[in-house]
Each structure stands twice: as structure tokens, then as C-alpha cells.
Ligand binder design. Sequence first.
Ligand SMILES: [Zn+2]
Length: 168
Amino acid sequence: MTQKRIFINNDNKAKFVCPSCEETIVMDVSKYKDINKAVAIEHFCKCGHYSKVLLERRKFQRSQINIPGIYTLNEGNKKIRGAMTVKDLSRAGLKFELDVERDIRAGDRMFAEFHLTDVIVKKEVFIRKISGRTVGSEFCSRDTESETDRTYDRAITRYILHTELAWL
Ligand SMILES: [Zn+2]
């Protein structure tokens, strides 16, 4: 029997599906984040099934994503909306490409809006760095009291887990 392989994702977690009961768990594998070769790890499922899997770090860069979206920002005292493309997404922030170069700088805030499966995520972001039309950003502090914000966070997490799984 070939051994099942699982991969460490960008959040240093790995998704494991029990071969017996199909229960899915997400393990924190941050202590393995610097491994250079596969490590065998053991898992006891709560259904009683014992299994051994090989944990690996992905050898290839995650493939680029292209999610269309809309940005809103203030240029001088004008409010500007434009088209953008999300190129990378994590729970902490996103990288995106603007339709045209804008007069913005690191430290500025703007709004990013994009469609994930069934949710339109609208979040304020803090610009980390800009290179031409490419913007690296972090989500501004989350409002854990806000149901809307929690919905956005869940949609992002779901999207990330789903794409991680699709790459296996
Ligand atoms: Zn199980």
C-alpha cells in the first residue's frame, strides 16, 4: 500500500482525512515547517482508526490565482473605484494588481472587494508595498463582533482550504 501524503499549507497546517470514517481534521504542523524531506506522522482518529501519513512541504510555489475584484481608494480628495485582480490570498491579506498605476503608497488604506464562491468579500486593507500596479496588503484589524466580518473570514478560510486540497 502506498503511503498517503499530506502537505503543509501556507498557515503551517495540514489537512488530514481519516481513511476509515472520513473525518477531516486540520492539524497544526508548524513544528515541521522547515523540513526538507517527508516526515512520517501518526494519527489516531477519534473513531479508533490508526494511520500513518507522510507529511511534506510543497515543492512548487502555489499556482497563481486570478480573482477579479474592485478597489476603492482616495486619491487627493477624490474617491476612485477601479478594477483589480487578486493574485494571492491568505488569512492575513492579499496581493492584487490594479488596472492602472495609482498615486498610493505603503501605509495607505483602501478597500478591496472580490467574489469568493458564494460571498462578496469587502475588506479594508493596509498597503504593505507597491511595485507598479502590484499591491501587497494586509487586512485591517478584524471586527470579531461583526457577523459580516466573520462571514468574510470564513469564506477566505474555506477558499484557502479548498484550493490547498485541490492541489494534492
Ligand atoms: Zn476516523
